[in-house]
Design a protein around this ligand. Sequence first.
Ligand code: FAD
Length: 567
Amino acid sequence: DRTTCWLLGDQLNPDLDVLDDADEVLLIEAHGFADRKPYHAHKLTLVFSAMRHFRDRLRERGHDVTYVRAPSFGDGLDEFFAERSAGTDGDGDAPDLRLMRPASHGAGDRLRELVAERGGSLELVDNELFWTTPADWRSWAGGEETDIGPDGAADRGYRQENWYRHVRRETGVLMDDGDPVGGEWNYDDANQETPPDDWEPPARPTFEPDELTRETHAWVRERFDTWGNDSLDGFAWPVTREEAQRALDRFVREGLPAFGRYQDAMVGGEPFLSHSLLSPAINLGLLDPREPVRAVERAYEERGVEPGAYDPEEHGDADAGATSLDEFGDGATGSGGPGNGGEAGSDDPVPVPLNAAEGFIRQVIGWREFVRHVYREAMPELADANRLEQRRELPPAYWDGETDMECLSEAVGHVREFGYAHHIERLMVLSNFALIYGANPADLNEWFHLGFVDAYHWVTTPNVVAMGSFGTDVLSSKPYASSGSYVNRMSDHCADCPYAVSRTTGEGACPFNALYWDFLKENEETLRGTGRMGLMYSHVDGKDDAEWAEIRERAARVRELAAAGEL
Ligand code: FAD
């Protein structure tokens, strides 16, 4: 019997083992989902263009590929099965399909039913595009799976740091004879600086849209109602595996050295800083997550320096390929590693500080793998968890970017323009504001899901509902809530903002401030006793009635203005 390997749109890797003994490959471009919500045009273009490029690449490699375009998977399977019963596979038997377990909750079972209803069979195998398996997670977590109650409380919580150390030990990444390289597991303390005014981040790598991407984009524009920038300007994402590998090389060579130090910074007019911009490619399967981790580890082995030993402030302006980081060209270790193989004029061995390498690796094998497993366990309750019972609609500024708040307008602007904002904008501006404003976590999840080029249900839901909105305590013991002082410390936005970050109350005070205190007061019953909130509540206790009256008045005013689109 012939075996058909069915690959989904986020499993676009031609080197998968699951392809080895497949007689043919099935790809279904099911696009009906995009009729239901206004997705970012770049997101739809990216996914569909990457699928079409992948189809062509597989054919070039000699695979027999059936590519079906249909509104839904059911319709796509109908077409595929109709072709088969017409005897195109020679024997007329219903096909046996094999599929890597989809990342999205319940999708595996649903697809198996769809296939069975049409008389075929669907075998689900482990998803190779995650480094760790459900069995790895179970053996680490032990005991029973977590359950989220109707009140949003999880009956057991998981902590990323413990998982991260476990995965480091198991994979041996950045390990030295059973101990973490450098002696510490985590160098986050060195990763909280902001760059000086004259520092220029590396240029964003651009992958010019080719004919197929242009065609796909034109179809997306015509076919769907989209949100955000609907021109191709600013679309520079890798759509093939080769482009994704080049993006990785570029990051390791140019972005990685300053990645750690400025990882949490926000700079006006700079959406990308030293971030890798690899999540769209990793989440589509164009890169296997082991690849960026191993490349960064190798770069550290070849040209690593102590945490903080390399100071990007002295070596800024990494414009266009050949960088002024050449200044380091003579002194540092080796060359020719993954970070040095990319493009001409780039064999300068820029040092890789340990805090940068460790910081990046933690994001991928710590956070990314972690949220995937938390999602698996905590669904379906996770999607609607709302521990703080927050019900407000998202303010219109999330849709139109119209607000005088500099930080919010920048972050929403990045999403509208590129379908991307970096981690701290996502966590400490976009979700922090929604959290203390009182937005419904499920609405915020939907907004992230449709607006970001790297968004899939399995990754937004734990990040937005659990981490960002504290809809449940399954992955953190306290909410990521902060006043304007965090944004002020980590960015240059407040200096350009008409709101005064130094003030909490009265007209013109930074909206984050009153909302923050009001949020703590409002949710006191749930939050006071949780995790590490003691210090915050000692400040709450230090405010007298008159102060509270002003705070609550300002918070109410901010909410009113935000809801009216006038903030
Ligand atoms: P870098 O800063 O260069 O980080 C390197 C890699 O680490 C990323 O490419 C990504 O693969 C991984 N990573 C880091 N943190 C996380 C995390 N918390 N969860 C999963 N992977 C992580 N990530 C998505 O991939 N898709 C999303 O839709 C998404 N939504 C988010 C929503 C919120 C509210 C928050 C707080 C985080 C979200 N993240 C999401 C995680 C993280 O912000 C993005 O992975 C990261 O910003 C992607 O940009 P980058 O590739 O430049 O990342």
